[in-house]
Design a protein around this ligand. Sequence first.
Ligand SMILES: Cc1cc2nc3c(=O)[nH]c(=O)nc-3n(C[C@H](O)[C@H](O)[C@H](O)COP(=O)(O)OP(=O)(O)OC[C@H]3O[C@@H](n4cnc5c(N)ncnc54)[C@H](O)[C@@H]3O)c2cc1C
Length: 434
Amino acid sequence: MRTIVVIGGGAAGMFAAVHAARSGASVVLVEKNEKLGKKIYITGKGRCNLTNHSTRDELLEAVTGRRSRFLYSAFSRWDAEDTIRFFEDAGLRLKEERGRRMFPVSDHASDVTAALAGQLKTAGVKILLETEAVSLTTGAEGALTGVRVRSCRSGRDQILPANACIIATGGLSYPSTGSTGDGYRFAGETGHTINPLSPSLVPMDTDESWTRELQGLTLKNVGVRFKLGTKTVYAEEIGELLFTHFGISGPAVLSASSVLSGKLYPNGYPADKTGSKMTDAGVQVEIDLKPALTHDELDKRVLRELAAHHRQDFVNAIRGLFPKKLVPVMVRLSGIDPAKKADQISAKERSRFVDLTKHLTFTATALRGWSEAVITHGGVDTGQLDPKTMESKITPGLYFAGEVIDVDALTGGFNLQIAWSTGYAAGTAAAEDS
Ligand SMILES: Cc1cc2nc3c(=O)[nH]c(=O)nc-3n(C[C@H](O)[C@H](O)[C@H](O)COP(=O)(O)OP(=O)(O)OC[C@H]3O[C@@H](n4cnc5c(N)ncnc54)[C@H](O)[C@@H]3O)c2cc1C
């Protein structure tokens, strides 16, 4: 019987361990935390959006950049339907929400971990908690022989012999959950390339102080555009963003960060946050506050508003156009005297105001750091892994699964689906390897 050591008891590691054991291997799962799946508890704001009810091709579309090709085989063998069936067979009832996001009916992420823990037990996986993998052991010609682990309590080391090892240690995001990048070290020590690492699905710092005056304001149904120089790198016709005490967050910002992360930090995110400024010029963020109206239509709308309140000060006359918090900021940015009477506003001033409303522009200066990032961009180079099995092409018997691999996707349950699909591929292949 083959013996497999899985390093990391997160989503990918637990899934790989269950499927390796179901395929007949003797499996040991090593987790340095005191419990399994610590990150799962905080996913989906504690509700765990465990997959997206999409077809294989739709899953591939949600993957950032060209890396989606690498996942073709893994998604073909284990897709969202398989994930849904797996959890329902494990006794977890699921529900579908907006954007085909799947959640447990209970709204408790802990139920997802409990379902996985139940399957680990049924499959006969041996679990070593509070046990940290410290290095891989190799024999003649670099063949994998086992894993050196250390008890977090006693500090004592032991070597777990293994025919195969699956590295599922996660990335660098939310390091408090245990993902501290150990897998990159193991991969590097065995000759693998680690592509530059940067935080993704993460909020952004902004430059202009007025953005922080808007703290707490959510803008829904606005056009959002992120520009590097003159080039638009990400745009949503109808999006949502949120102003915070440091800058911006919300769905459109997180999605934009996944496109910007690799572009802005081609050498990886600096260890020192002060060096995290994206570029000297920053990224221009442009908001269209009235995306449903053309410039002319909006001009007519503003004119109507001014006519209806012609005796009022400008600042009061335009109150109906924007959320309350935004009104004084818009007036200030327009350069129009707030006390000027509505019927005194010139056509030129009005046009400037319409322009501002269609192109409210400010600068994003940096992506926030690892402690706020949902996912890691970069990781073990996919070119060195077999896309069918997740086995290393450099070290036979060594497999990778989950966030440690250089693949990441948009929000919506896609990142956990990557963990399930790559975990399944690695677990079954490691058990069957001859
Ligand atoms: C706030 C937040 C919300 C999220 N929400 C969602 C969501 O709703 N839907 C979605 O699809 N994705 C979501 N994600 C992303 C998702 O959580 C990750 O894609 C997924 O957890 C990656 O799984 P993994 O098993 O590869 O890594 P991890 O979950 O990070 O697991 C790695 C495990 O390995 C252990 N480990 C590390 N090094 C060692 C070592 N040397 N020895 C032993 N053990 C070790 C760690 O302790 C950890 O338990 C969210 C992420 C965050 C941070």
